[in-house]
Design a protein around this ligand. Structure first.
Ligand SMILES: [Zn+2]
Length: 267
């Protein structure tokens, strides 16, 4: 399957990719949201979904997240959104993904996730993965690394405000899962930069990467942040990263994956 149309060089666009910071509930495209609401007898237009998917700050985003997940009621709903996400990823040549599912959403809706399943996962060796330094300060990242032994940090953009922490992440080879568009849409980057607003051009992705910190480029909640993994590579390009650096970025997502896909050239 060919990748969606993009400004990226063919060598980058056609490369098999991995996506390591991806929330299932944030990946529900507007058309799929309409299908979900229809199952509950609620007629919602795609335009209405897009309006709800536009936010000025983090709390508005959380409101939209709560609204869309209120329609996830049974296993068939999860099957629908998972299939939709898989097709979307394949269209971008994303051949490996680590997808986060929010058990909190299920508990809130009084659903009963199979705890047995959680125990089984733990028995197989759960990995330690923590969101830190997205909205909070660099001390949250340091705590995640030093107290909790995090293997990867979700976001971690607050590291730009602490040079010693940047050295530590580089020395210990602890990757940051960087989601540029998410950081703009939630206002997280503006907050870290202590400004009223921030644009993609302000993102520290290239700076963190060139400091030697491993980076896994990701989308976070692609449907809710109007982005794709290819868009994020375009953002990296816009930030001045060379084709060679983009290729290294793509490779890093495989290097820091918790499983090793059998083939990096399939697809
Ligand atoms: Zn996230």
């Amino acid at each position: 399957m060919l990748p969606a149309s993009t400004m990226l060089p063919e060598s980058v666009a056609s490369l098999p990719k991995a996506e390591l910071h991806l929330h299932l509930e944030g990946s529900i495209q507007p058309g799929t949201v309409c299908a979900l609401t229809a199952r509950r007898g609620v007629v919602v237009s795609e335009q209405e979904v897009r309006r709800r998917y536009a936010y000025q700050n983090f709390s508005e985003f959380l409101e939209a997240f709560k609204w869309v997940t209120s329609f996830l009621r049974d296993p068939q709903d999860y099957a629908l959104i998972t299939r939709d996400l898989a097709e979307h990823l394949l269209s971008q040549r994303v051949i490996y993904a680590e997808v986060t599912i929010s058990i909190g959403v299920m508990l809130l809706r009084k659903q009963r996730p199979e705890r047995k399943v959680y125990d089984q996962a733990a028995g197989l060796g759960l990995h330690r993965l923590i969101h830190a330094g997205e909205i909070g300060g660099p001390e949250k990242i340091r705590e995640a690394v030093e107290l909790l032994g995090a293997e990867r940090i979700g976001h971690g953009i607050a590291a730009i405000n602490d040079p010693a922490l940047m050295d530590l992440l580089a020395d210990r080879r602890i990757p940051l899962e960087i989601c540029p568009q998410s950081n703009i849409r939630t206002g997280a980057l503006a907050r870290q930069l202590r400004r009223a607003g921030a644009r993609i051009e302000d993102h520290p992705l290239a700076k963190l990467f060139r400091h030697g910190i491993p980076i896994v480029l990701s989308t976070d909640d692609p449907a809710m942040f109007h982005t794709t993994l290819l868009n994020e590579y375009e953002h990296a390009q816009k930030l001045g990263m060379t084709d060679n650096e983009l290729l290294r970025l793509a490779q890093m997502s495989f290097d820091f994956a918790f499983e090793r896909p059998h083939s990096r050239t399939a697809g």
